[in-house]
Design a protein around this ligand. Structure first.
Ligand code: CP
Ligand code: NVA
Length: 330
């Protein structure tokens, strides 16, 4: 029987089978082709979705808005200050109100429990647009980008360098395990992913013919990699005070030309963005001034290099989010 995920939530890739992820990637490619060729696809006219953001966003918000508009949907955006959620109205109440008006709800915010609770009460599909623990829509964009560049996913060697116990490290470990990609988290042990998730990912990887490993050693992490991926060192919602210790822990895990030189010659550099690769941002300039480092998780040289596919990933956010909305609402 074909894959059918109509009515399902999209909260984390742990909830999805490799076949369902494959279906979403194939659907994304179809939507990308339609968009590129100017073929209209207003398949969901008459439906409405709401986007709840408790943290800031460029890519995720714009992807949901453009994908929604391309599909003919009405789209409402609620920013952190403009709803009653949390302060005056509980998550279950908010979910039941929005579920009466909208056909789908996107949530970006803090604990994974919040999006899980929204999903429990909403009565309509809920999509996770990033929590502290997981960022599943980013995973589809990253998988699609890798498949476009390499022509396949199975058997690739993928290395994540940096804060491996956060939403991106966690999600990439699961995404790779699901799709048969060998995953390495290269990080100081203080920032390794949670043991329960590593065990779960190892089991999933074994079922799909791949491996999960953790290393503190940069040379070992970079060796033979097809992809080197990194993320910012301090994530949204973390206090400013952690910059000091995070920089000390992660400085040697910066993705620079030396690290890329230890990977395969045609290796890709990937990053979910936003990135601190220069001092052209307020925070980038402040950190440069305070700690004397003008580039953080990746050097500008690598970010701007031929191997960098960061803007392909960003574009693919929109096509893949469109596939998720369509497949769960159609
Ligand atoms: N990668 C990503 O989620 O970007 P935004 O924070 O801009 O949405
Ligand atoms: N780890 C980052 C990802 C941003 C897309 C954060 O949560 O801020």
């Amino acid at each position: 029987m074909g894959v059918n995920i109509r009515g399902r939530h999209f909260l984390k890739l742990l909830d999805y089978t490799p076949e369902e992820i494959r279906y979403l990637l194939d659907l994304s490619k179809q939507f990308k082709n339609m968009k590129r060729n100017g073929v209209p696809h207003r398949y969901l006219e008459g439906k409405n979705i709401v986007l709840l953001f408790e943290k800031t966003s460029t890519r995720t918000r714009c992807s949901f808005e453009v994908a929604g508009m391309d599909l003919g949907l009405g789209v409402t955006y609620l920013d952190p200050g403009s709803s009653q959620m949390g302060k005056k109205e509980s998550i279950p109440d908010t979910a039941r109100v929005l579920g009466r008006m909208y056909d789908g709800i996107e949530y970006r915010g803090f604990d994974q429990q919040i999006v899980e609770e929204l999903a429990k009460y909403a009565g309509v599909p809920v999509w996770n647009g990033l929590t502290d623990q997981f960022h599943p829509t980013q995973m589809l964009a990253d998988l699609l980008t890798m498949e476009e560049k390499f022509g396949h996913l199975k058997g690739l060697n993928f290395t994540f360098m940096g804060d491996a116990r956060n939403n991106m490290g966690n999600s990439l470990m699961v995404a790779c395990a699901k799709m048969g990609i060998n995953f390495t988290a290269c990080a100081p042990k203080e920032l390794f992913p949670a043991p329960w998730l590593v065990e779960e990912a190892k089991k999933i990887a074994a079922e799909n013919g791949s491996t999960v490993r953790l290393t503190e050693d940069v040379a070992e992490g970079a060796k033979n990699a097809d992809v080197i991926y990194t993320d910012i060192w301090v994530s949204m919602g973390e206090p400013d005070e952690v910059w000091d210790s995070r920089i000390r822990l992660l400085r040697k895990y910066q993705v620079n030309a030396d690290v890329m030189g230890q990977a395969k010659p045609e290796a890709l550099f990937m990053h979910c963005l936003p990135s601190f690769h220069d001092t052209k941002t307020t925070i980038g300039a402040q950190i440069a001034e305070k700690f004397g480092i003008p580039e953080m998780e990746v050097t500008n040289e690598v970010f701007e290099s031929r191997q960098s596919v960061v803007f392909d990933e960003a574009e693919n956010r929109m096509h893949t989010i469109k596939a998720v909305i369509y497949a769960t609402l159609c």
